[in-house]
Design a protein around this ligand. Structure first.
Ligand SMILES: [Cu+2]
Length: 187
């Protein structure tokens, strides 16, 4: 019974919308807006030049986690992301995953992430990612975690990623030297 009522309401709303459209066709609402929008033209890439699709953070109780998503460059110039930050972790690194002696390891990516002009760059488990070295609190599914990325030219881009369960991406971390006797927390 509830369903029938809902459908009827939607039907009415659509009807009202259609009517409104029909009667207000002549309203020139878009004209002034587009005129002012085209005015500010910035030469250097800013926040608007970059966007991110489906940003998420791997849920974790403590220690390390990582953020993923697809960085999209909406500008006509390459964008290089050289640093990242989040209140969730005092130390953040930009990582890549490479093969070393038959094992997949992750390490800081030299030069950062380059997002080509008009292109995109995927951050994905098993590939490039934003590494959170030591999370300050537990990441639960659905948690909203703010991030800021810094570009090579000093510009920044902020976004919010969502906590998401993911099993996998358990690459070993090797910051530099391949010392076996360092005694880290991971194997
Ligand atoms: Cu990593």
């Amino acid at each position: 019974m509830f369903k029938r009522v809902t459908i009827a309401t939607v039907g009415l709303a659509v009807a009202a919308l259609t009517t409104a459209c029909g009667t207000s066709q002549a309203a020139p609402a878009a004209a002034p807006a587009s005129a002012s929008a085209s005015a500010p033209a910035s030469s250097k890439p800013t926040g608007a030049a970059l966007s991110i699709t489906d940003p998420w953070v791997k849920t974790a109780d403590k220690g390390m986690s990582a953020a993923f998503g697809t960085l999209v460059n909406n500008s006509g110039a390459d964008i290089t992301v050289v640093a990242g930050s989040t209140p969730l972790s005092p130390k953040v690194e930009l990582h890549e995953v490479v093969e070393s002696k038959g094992k997949m390891i992750m390490r800081p990516k030299e030069g950062g992430f380059v997002i080509p002009a008009g292109g995109s760059h995927r951050l994905t488990p098993g590939g490039d990612h934003i590494m959170l070295m030591d999370i300050a609190k537990k990441v639960e599914p659905g948690a909203e975690i703010p991030f800021t990325l810094t570009f090579k030219d000093g510009g920044t881009f902020s976004f919010t990623a969502m906590g998401k369960d993911f099993a996998g991406a358990k690459e070993n971390y090797q910051p530099g030297m391949e010392d076996m006797d360092e005694g880290g927390t991971h194997e």
